[in-house]
Design a protein around this ligand. Structure first.
Ligand SMILES: C[S@@+](CC[C@H](N)C(=O)[O-])C[C@H]1O[C@@H](n2cnc3c(N)ncnc32)[C@H](O)[C@@H]1O
Length: 326
């Protein structure tokens, strides 16, 4: 449920805008997704408070190379990035999560305004408050919103020299068409003359990819299964988590990892009064993680109206950080 924060809850946060999806949106999306022939749940609903905590845990795993690799690129290339970005940008981060990577960018560029956007409300407020306390010279305005919709930025933000930041390969969760639409929409939101810094995971051997999404400690499995737990609690559903199993295969045909939850038995599940049948071995498709070559990503950016200006890649060529001009 959306809650209003009292001004005293903001801490050092300059402002908080709550455009979070409602429970009705969540329920309608789940019922629609489970009614499909290929049952599907939107990955944006992974991120309740527990989901955000589990994601943060995933980023610390040995097998999960993307976070540490992208941080390495940001650390090593911060002077180059600052030179490309220029001084005093208004930075807008999409899917800001625990706002860890932005700290490296804020250390490198003198940003007077930072706008973190995320769907995970409480996690966002907590992370943004901590960041605002640590960067008193930067005005932090948090927005809880679903970035698959149009987001109107607050009217009092500077309109020139805006920089979008989209790390973590979150863009890889979109299909190619969805990614193109997202980039077009974001370019319109950020405005003429803006720039966009996008972190995207590179294509690599299937073994490395498989290990990253099927870790030995089972944290990715817990993250995936937490979605069913959330649906049980928030939508009065009857998923028995012991009868669903996580798997995340590499699907070469689509160039992506697919997160799946397999039903291990024939069963019926009710969600908000609607019944769904599962046969043994049937799966719910919960997330895509598309991988791109540098050239593929640059072609996508160009087709969305962006000019690819510069790209930074780690030595092992695992991850890429693209600087695009709008
Ligand atoms: C893969 S995590 C990346 C987190 C962080 N940016 C990083 O690089 O580690 C995706 C983030 O995007 C947020 N997110 C996912 N779908 C979203 C949506 N539709 N709208 C807004 N935020 C979303 C999640 O809450 C999460 O914080």
């Amino acid at each position: 449920m959306n809650k209003a924060l009292s001004p005293t809850d903001f801490g050092a946060l300059e402002g908080f805008h709550d455009l979070n999806p409602t429970q009705d949106d969540f329920c309608a999306s789940v019922i629609k997704g489970l009614s499909r022939k290929q049952k599907t749940l939107s990955c944006k609903f992974f991120y309740d408070q527990r989901g955000s905590e589990l994601f943060d845990e995933i980023t610390t795993l040995d097998e999960y190379y993307p976070t540490r690799t992208e941080i390495g690129i940001l650390e090593r290339s911060s002077a180059d990035i600052a030179a490309a970005v220029g001084n005093q940008p208004t930075v807008v981060e999409f899917g800001a999560g625990s706002v860890r990577k932005i700290r490296l960018l804020l250390d490198a560029v003198d940003a007077p305004v930072f706008v973190p956007i995320d769907i995970s409300r409480d996690h966002l407020v907590h992370s943004a408050k901590c960041l605002a306390g640590d960067y008193p010279e930067t005005r932090v305005v948090a927005i809880c919103a679903d970035f698959t919709n149009d987001i109107a930025l607050p009217k009092d933000l500077p309109t020139s020299n805006r920089l979008g930041f989209f790390p973590g390969s979150t863009l890889g969760n979109f299909t190619h068409d969805e990614a193109q639409q997202f980039l077009e929409r974001t370019r319109a939101t950020l405005g003429t003359g803006s720039a966009f810094l996008v972190g995207i995971d590179l294509r690599k051997d299937a073994e490395t990819l498989h290990a990253a999404y099927n870790d030995s400690l089972g944290i990715s499995a817990a993250f995936n299964l937490n979605l069913l737990n959330r649906i049980n609690h928030e939508l009065d559903a009857t998923f028995d988590l012991t009868t669903f199993r996580h798997d995340a295969p590499w699907v070469e045909e689509h160039g992506r990892i697919e997160m799946r939850l397999y039903s291990t038995v024939n069963q019926n599940v009710t969600v908000a009064g609607t019944a769904f049948q599962f046969t043994e071995g049937e799966y719910i498709h919960t997330e895509n993680s598309h991988k791109y070559s540098v050239a593929e990503f640059q072609a996508l950016a160009s087709s969305s109206g962006y000019e690819p200006v510069q790209v930074w890649v780690d030595d092992a060529e695992r991850f890429s950080l693209h600087y695009l001009r709008g």
